[in-house]
Ligand binder design. Sequence first.
Ligand SMILES: *Cc1c(COP(=O)(O)O)cnc(C)c1O
Length: 245
Amino acid sequence: MIEDNLNRIKSELPSGVKLVAVSKFHPLEAILEAYQAGQTVFGENRPQELFAKAQAFEQWLRGRKSDVRAIPLEGAQGVRTKDEFDAVEWHFLGHLQTNKLKMVLPYATLVQSVDSVHLLEAIDNWGSANDKVISVLLELHIGAEETKQGFHEEEILDILFHAGDYKFIRFCGLMGMASHTDDQEVINADFERIDTFMAYLVDLFPELKDFNQLSIGMSDDWRIAVQHGSTMVRIGTAIFGAREY
Ligand SMILES: *Cc1c(COP(=O)(O)O)cnc(C)c1O
C-alpha cells in the first residue's frame, strides 16, 4: 500500500520536485517499506523520534549490507558505491528546542523549520563546535492560524541581510504551511504569497547561491503547491495513512 501510494504521487509530481515522505508517528517498518520502494527522503518532527529512527535505520542497513552488491549505473557516473546507494536524507520539520540540537543535527540533512533567531544562533554555535555546516530553511508564517510558527517577512529579510554572520548555516530557502482549510482560494493565496516572497528574496540576495528551495505542499494541498513553485513537498498521510497520536 505504501508503495502504491508513493508510485501514485510520484507519477503526478513534476520532475524536479523533491518528495519528502513524512514518517512521523509511523514505525520503522513503514520507513523500510517506503525505502525498499525507492523512497530516500524522510521527514520527522520530534527530535527523539528522528534520532531513534535514524539510528535504527543505520543498524538495519548494516545488517543488510553484506547482501547488497554495488549497483552499476548507466552513463558517466560509473558505479555507485554501496554507501551512496544506501544514503537516505532525514529532514527535521518540527519545533526544535535548543537543548535537543544534539539529537537532530548529526543526522538531519535539512532543518526545514527554523522559526526563531535564537534557534538559528544555537544551530550556528553547534555547527561551529562540531565543524559542520547545517542546511536550513526559514519557516515563513503564511497560514491564518494565530498559533502557527514561523517568521514574518521582515524578520526573514533581517536575517538574510546578516546571513554572513552565520558561518555554519547554509540558507537553502523557505518552508511554509498553508491555512488549515478546505477553501482552495485561501490555500492558493497563501502559496502565492510565499512564492512571490521567495522570488523577491532570490533576486535580492544573489550571493546566497543555495537559497533556492521552496518547501510547500502536504497531503491535502501539494497539487496546489506545485502550481506555486514548490520544489519540495512534505507528504505524510497520503503515503503512510493516518497517524495514531
Ligand atoms: C506532519 C507534517 C507534514 C505532513 O502532513 P500530512 O498532512 O500528513 O501530509 C508536513 N509538514 C509538516 C511541517 C508536518 O509537521
